[in-house]
Design a protein around this ligand. Structure first.
Ligand SMILES: *Cc1c(COP(=O)(O)O)cnc(C)c1O
Length: 395
């Protein structure tokens, strides 16, 4: 299973060359293996494969060479021993919980996580006897205070959506480990191009590959990265049994997405920083949330923990909801959608979309004001993004 990528290659070399296993055809680009099952040369070989005596493919719910190529490449980029790919980001999160927890276990989670993850925890994991306590992402004392004798897992995203708050991942890894719990980080916003949670002490990294890993808005997929023991054995064991595996076609799209990941993330970051700086001095803007601005409360942590500040910028418009909606309704190029991690810039009004089902009190305690807009900055020319947002801001 050797490929042509020693671990000491740089990030973009690993992103383009690791996980390649050219066949006898000598192909330069990775092939797509669209096959559900695999054949054996003899009854004895079939028996040896099924017993696990002989490694190799049996069935694509278990293994597929194109999916494996994506898994090997992402494992290298996240500096993990093992990666398993899943059908979506949500099935990556579900598989991690199902594999690593049992009834009676307790989770401490950041409050500021992807909305569907909150639903998964509150409505479904709770149904199977796994309770969750939610805490403010950046409040280390609250994380410590929430730990119980049955706490098995700490869960977070950093930076948070939409306010771009950060958690100190090394510090939370210490808190988790001293309680005998695991730290699981959803690294969707940064990708390994900007932040490598396993290097900072996390035990498991989760991805929605749908976002920046694809980066071009084409396929749904997910992944889990960590140790051979946790991911290669426990999570993989659940996945091959329960079946939320990644399709080979989607794996191929993500594999190609990874080849340009660093270039794209650097470009997202550059456009986002330019946007944040322009908005910060705009007379119609009350406040800008972006870790790359010197006045972000955790700017120093962002400089230490991330190699770039990310592609998400949020800002409060003077004049409340009406003024915010005016900006959304004035755009002619930017896509009005809650999706992110695409080449195309998107804008959303969190209070009436992604966070619309929260009560006004819950929104207030989460810091989601009616005047807040979130921009997932894409790869268009900066001047065009700026001009489009300027329309509704009155120049
Ligand atoms: C989109 C998203 C998910 C869910 O991923 P899907 O691929 O849509 O299932 C999970 N976490 C974060 C942070 C996301 O943005």
């Amino acid at each position: 299973m050797s490929d042509d990528s020693p671990d000491d290659f740089g990030f973009s070399t690993l992103a383009t060359r690791s996980g390649r296993h050219p066949t006898q055809e000598g192909e330069q680009s990775e092939p797509i293996f669209l096959t559900s099952s695999y054949t054996f040369a003899s009854a004895a070989e079939a028996a040896a494969r099924f017993s696990g005596e002989q490694p190799g493919n049996i069935y694509s719910r278990f293994t597929n060479p194109t999916v494996r190529a994506f898994e090997e490449r992402l494992a290298k980029l996240e500096r993990g021993e093992r990666c398993v790919a899943t059908s979506s980001g949500m099935s990556a999160i579900l598989s991690t919980f199902m594999a690593l927890l049992k009834a009676g276990d307790h989770i401490v989670s950041s409050r500021a996580i992807f909305g569907t993850t909150t639903v998964l925890l509150n409505q479904y994991m709770a149904k199977f006897g796994v309770e969750t306590t939610f805490v403010p992402l950046a409040d280390e004392a609250a994380w410590e205070a929430a730990i119980q004798s049955n706490t098995r897992l700490l869960f977070l995203e950093s930076p948070s959506n939409p306010l771009t708050e950060l958690a100190d991942i090394s510090r939370l890894a210490e808190i988790a480990h001293s309680a005998g719990a695991l730290l699981v980080v959803d690294n969707c916003f940064c990708t390994p191009a900007l932040q490598q949670p396993l290097v900072l002490g996390a035990d498991v990294v989760i991805h929605s590959a749908t976002k920046f890993l694809d980066g071009q808005g084409r396929c749904i997929g997910g992944a889990i990265v960590g140790s051979e023991e946790l991911v290669g054995k426990d999570v993989y064991g659940f996945l091959r049994t329960a079946g939320p595996t990644m399709s080979p076609f989607n794996a191929w799209v993500f594999l190609k997405g990874l080849e340009t990941l660093k270039l794209r993330m650097d470009a997202h970051c550059a456009n986002a920083l330019a946007l944040a700086e322009w908005l910060a001095q705009h007379p119609r803007v009350e406040r800008v949330h972006y870790p790359g601005l010197a006045d972000h409360p955790q700017h120093a942590l962002a400089c230490r923990q991330q190699s770039g500040f990310g592609g998400i910028v949020s800002f409060e418009v003077k004049g409340g909801k009406d003024a915010a909606w005016k900006v959304v309704d004035a755009v002619k190029m930017i896509s009005v959608t809650a999706n992110l991690g695409d080449t195309k810039t998107t804008v959303t009004h969190p209070a009436t979309t992604t966070h619309g089902r929260l009560t006004p009190e819950q929104r207030a305690s989460a810091g989601i004001k009616d005047s807040l807009l979130r921009v997932a900055v894409g790869l268009e020319d900066f001047a065009d993004i700026q001009a489009d947002l300027a329309r509704g801001l009155g120049g």
